[in-house]
Ligand binder design. Structure first.
Ligand code: PLP
Length: 392
């Protein structure tokens, strides 16, 4: 499978230029077909639990393969936020322990949980300020001390969308006994993510963006031995080890044996329709391979950034460089707004693009254009041309 064949699988590319994977990835035909097949079985009363479980395990293996993990290190969750919470709440915090992160560049769902731990467990928050849209890793490392338990970052921030050097952070953190928790909402599936290579301890992923499927399904990777040292806050049948042949309604009286690794965090029935949707997209991502996908999406983002700069527009981060992932942010402020840009001129550009069939977002007061594996050079050149003509 090559990228132009893959593009054919996405009806959403046909009547628009869709540069919005950072909100929702387009879903391919095979995912729609799998969802319809799932619905048909339910409507006809033909759904078989064993088949649903087998699908969940296939998906777990596909995700594990994508991130270089062992399947038992991958828990099936509801979303990124749940995964982050499962990890953070499973640690044995003592008052005065601290967490280091850069709240201004994190999604709110990787911020509130730490405030909650501050209120409930006395965890100290060490807030790092961004520098020119980047999470400054040196500042993060400087802030670590012997009470630092966790350093957390987004691998790619949701706005302005720069890549964090997770490997460098994890190396420094590990040498200080600090755990790394990575929000991969905006990366896995578009940016190569190998947990061993990166040396991270935990990663949370959702399926609605770069995994090209629904909201309401996610995955939490936790290194096996670490997962087994965490205490799940919620516990239910699917996290329990009752042996391979035990029915799911079985109980082992008086005992609490967890399944290995991250499987202990699972509660009960999964989002099966979400699993049906993501299996074909994961297969597509695997058949293209990250060695093909990452250079493609980052190459198109670099082409777009150059086109915007040539039109005289303010591209966050300036010329393409190692910071540039598959997201190009245009605008100057980076304030707090989600539906209108801080600069009125950028609002006009937004409306000009949208009224010409370009689908993008505004995040933190700037325009966010995000490239998916289904985009091509013609998409990028169309947006650059529309922007040039708007500048006049
Ligand atoms: C960086 C980042 N983290 C977390 C989230 C929240 O994801 P979920 O809704 O899967 O919890 C988002 C979604 O927009 C995001 O961009």
């Amino acid at each position: 499978m090559n990228l132009s064949e893959a593009r054919e699988l996405f009806p959403g590319v046909q009547d628009q230029v869709y540069l919005n994977v950072s909100l929702n990835g387009l879903m391919p035909f095979p995912s729609r077909d799998a969802v319809l097949a799932h619905l048909d079985k339910r409507v006809m009363g033909k759904a078989v639990k064993e088949e649903l479980h087998a699908q969940a395990e296939r998906v777990r293996e596909l995700v594990a393969g994508l991130i270089g993990a062992d399947p038992v290190e991958v828990a099936i969750t509801k979303n990124v936020s749940e995964g982050l919470n499962i990890f953070a709440s499973g640690l044995d915090w003592r008052p005065g322990d601290n967490v280091v992160f850069c709240p201004e560049l994190e999604h709110p769902n990787n911020v509130f949980l730490w405030y909650h731990l501050r209120e409930t467990k006395g965890v100290e928050i060490r807030e790092i300020l961004p520098e020119a849209g980047h999470i400054p890793l040196e500042r993060m490392v400087e802030a670590m001390d012997d009470r630092t338990r966790v350093a957390t970052v987004s691998h790619v921030t949701f706005s302005p969308g720069f890549i964090t050097d997770v490997q460098a952070l994890a190396t420094e953190a590990r040498s200080r006994g600090v755990l790394t928790l990575i929000d991969s909402a905006q990366s896995a599936g578009s940016i190569r993510t190998d947990v061993r290579e990166l040396g991270v301890d935990a990663i949370s992923i959702g399926t609605q963006k770069n995994l090209l499927a629904f909201y309401g399904l996610g995955f939490l990777y936790v290194r096996k031995d670490l997962a087994e040292s965490l205490n799940p806050v919620f516990v239910a049948r699917y996290g329990m080890d009752l042996g391979p042949d035990a029915h799911e309604t079985a109980i082992s009286p008086g005992t609490l044996d967890f399944r290995p690794g991250a499987l202990r965090f699972e509660l009960s029935n999964y989002n099966y329709i979400g699993l049906a949707a993501v299996e074909p997209s994961l297969e597509l991502i695997h058949s293209l391979g990250m060695d093909q996908i990452e250079p493609h999406v980052r190459g198109l983002a670099a082409r777009l950034a150059k086109g915007m700069l040539a039109a005289g527009l303010p591209v966050a981060g300036g010329e393409p460089g190692p910071h540039l992932a598959h997201i190009v942010a245009v605008g100057e402020s980076g304030g707090g707004r989600h539906y209108s840009a801080d600069d009125p001129a950028m609002n006009e550009l937004f409306h000009h693009l949208v009224s010409n069939g370009v689908t993008i977002s505004i995040r933190r007061g700037i325009l966010r254009m995000s490239v998916g594996l289904y985009n091509d050079e013609a998409d990028i050149d169309r947006v650059a041309e529309l922007s040039r003509s708007w500048v006049g």
